[in-house]
Design a protein around this ligand. Structure first.
Ligand code: NAD
Length: 511
């Protein structure tokens, strides 16, 4: 196997004079249908992670007073209506209209998402279009939300189960897929009849604010969807602490999720947590190696590896390990990465310089712990942006930090196996359980292996795939609760049992 630790040829240098970087956009929060500044007047400016020195957006640095107003607005919109009391058909029509608005704004939203996150423009536009489908799906399903009847609990008794909206939902989102993550939660919460306050990441708030504005234009009543921007402790924490918020849906790191779950528990608040991952990709000896190499590259490099469902651990049969790694290294050397606005770019920039330094620190740790660095491992053109080279480690031991911890960068850890049992044990051998892939031409091997994996989202012969119909969520430290599909609505519903008695009830005390 050829070892090539340095690589630059496939780097797409950013063009800092691209006209699309010329006009930074300015946003305000949306509270109770009104566009507002932060009460302290402070703002956050965002520089493109892939174009050093280019400011692309500015939004309010909200305060706890802003959070208070947003929660009050959502509470009023829930308690006084009309949203929770509208018919499913009326709500569904509005949610479909939001989806249509998203579709007519793919170019605008895609560019904003690209410049704030550092992801390639084509990928960003694809994500926005996918989100329209999420909204359409939730809109359609929300018409069919139903309860239950129990007709066999006694001749004089009938039981009803009413599905009711859970109330005010606080949604906190991260920076890696801002529009997808908000769209995997908000239409389900709204479809169930809830009202919402969203707190997007301080680095990537633009598209979430635009979503709320578009929803208002599409006919969503004021106060039903509010957006507050700013830093987590200043504005996000209120959504966990405030008793007027009934449900907290948090997506982000295990560290912050743990803190917020503890705060929410003190108030007996319902919490859904979508946290980190360390996704295994198990490759059996009978797999289609071309397809597997391509899938492994996609699984680890997509979004520069800043993906909770990354396939960041390659768990491969030792019989094919050299052959698969050869293919993967060849692909990795040719994969264009760099300028988020480049036409050929497959992955762009890391979200911040600090995050890039953290990824570089993990690579140093991997080398110190004795793993073999086959490719990459370093920042590229740091003067122009936060770029990190595709990085492949081999001979990783399962107890190494690069095998156990979420690196959140384009860094692959390869571990060999000699039996199917060992592969499953390795795959399940981290604190996470968000996603996993199995590559095999034999359906029995693939299905039986998948059944043993402790992960909420599994793929057979693919990776990072998604569709609104199937649930997502974590086992173990990857989280609690499920989003999407019909399951997502349950997170935002209350179920009330009604016991009906016909005729005169049996007296409790005969006299
Ligand atoms: P993070 O936990 O640092 O931040 C997430 C959000 O929480 C941000 O909006 C942030 O402002 C807010 N926040 C921070 N401190 C807070 C506090 N004290 N109170 C309230 N809110 C607070 O995570 P991140 O760095 O933005 O995102 C990366 C992480 O998210 C990774 O671990 C990744 O795996 C995870 N993630 C999970 C999923 C999933 O669906 N499971 C999806 C995407 C990302």
């Amino acid at each position: 196997m050829t070892i090539q630790p340095r690589l630059q040829d496939n780097f797409v240098a950013p063009n800092l004079s691209d006209a699309r970087l010329a006009s930074p956009r300015s946003y305000r929060m949306l509270i109770d249908g009104k566009s507002v500044e932060a009460q302290g007047g402070q703002t956050i400016t965002r520089e493109s992670p892939g174009h050093r020195g280019k400011v692309v957006g500015e939004w309010p640095a909200g305060t706890s007073a802003d959070a208070d107003l947003a929660i009050a607005a959502a509470r009023r919109a829930f308690d006084q209506g009309p949203w929770p009391h509208m018919s499913g058909a009326e709500r569904s029509t509005i949610l479909h209209a939001v989806a249509d608005k998203i579709l007519t704004h793919v170019d605008e939203l895609g560019l904003v998402e690209c410049l704030e996150t550092g992801k390639p423009l084509a990928q960003a536009k694809g994500e926005i279009a996918y989100c329209a489908d999420l909204w359409h799906y939730a809109a359609g399903m929300s018409r069919g939300l139903e309860g239950d009847t129990h007709n066999a609990i006694g001749a004089n008794r009938l039981g009803l189960v009413l599905r009711e909206p859970a109330g005010v939902v606080g949604i906190i989102t991260p920076w890696n897929f801002p529009f997808i993550i908000v769209s995997e939660r908000v239409p389900w919460a709204l479809g169930a009849g809830c009202t919402v306050v969203v707190k997007p990441s301080e680095w990537t708030s633009g598209t979430t604010i635009r979503l709320a504005e578009l929803a208002l234009e599409a006919g969503l009543p004021a106060g039903v969807l509010n957006v507050i921007t700013g830093y987590g402790p200043a504005v996000g924490q209120a959504l966990a602490e405030d008793p007027r918020v009934d449900v907290l849906a948090f997506t982000g790191s295990v560290r912050v999720g743990t803190q917020l779950a503890a705060i929410a528990a003190a108030g007996i608040k319902r919490v859904g947590l979508e946290l980190g991952g360390k996704g295994p990709q198990i490759v059996f000896a009978d797999a289609d190696l071309e397809a597997a190499a391509d899938g492994i590259a996609y699984g680890v490099y997509h979004n520069a590896g800043q993906c909770c469902i990354s396939g960041s651990r390659l768990i491969v049969d030792n019989a094919i390990r050299p052959a698969l790694l050869d293919r993967l290294l060849d692909l990795s050397r040719r994969l264009p990465f760099g300028d988020p606005l480049g036409d050929t770019t497959r992955f762009g920039a890391m979200v911040t310089r600090d995050h890039l330094d953290k990824v570089a620190g993990y690579v140093r740790t991997g080398v110190e712990e004795g793993a073999e660095l086959l490719l990459g491992g370093e920042a590229v053109d740091a003067q122009a942006g936060n770029f990190f080279a595709p990085t492949v480690f081999d001979r990783v031991r399962p107890d190494m930090r690069i095998a156990q911890e979420e690196i959140f960068g384009p860094v692959l850890a390869t571990i060999g196996f000699d039996s199917a049992e060992e592969a499953v044990a390795l795959a399940n051998g981290t604190p996470f359980g968000l996603s996993a892939s199995v590559w095999s031409r034999d359906l029995e091997t693939a299905v039986q292996t998948t059944r043993k994996l402790r992960a909420g989202r599994c793929w057979i012969n693919s990776v990072i795939d998604g569709t609104p119909e199937l649930p997502i969520g974590g086992y173990k430290k990857s989280g609690t609760g499920r989003e999407l599909g019909r399951y997502g609505f349950d997170e935002y519903s209350q179920f009330k049992g009604i016991h009906m008695t016909m005729g005169r009830p049996q007296p409790w005390f005969e006299h």
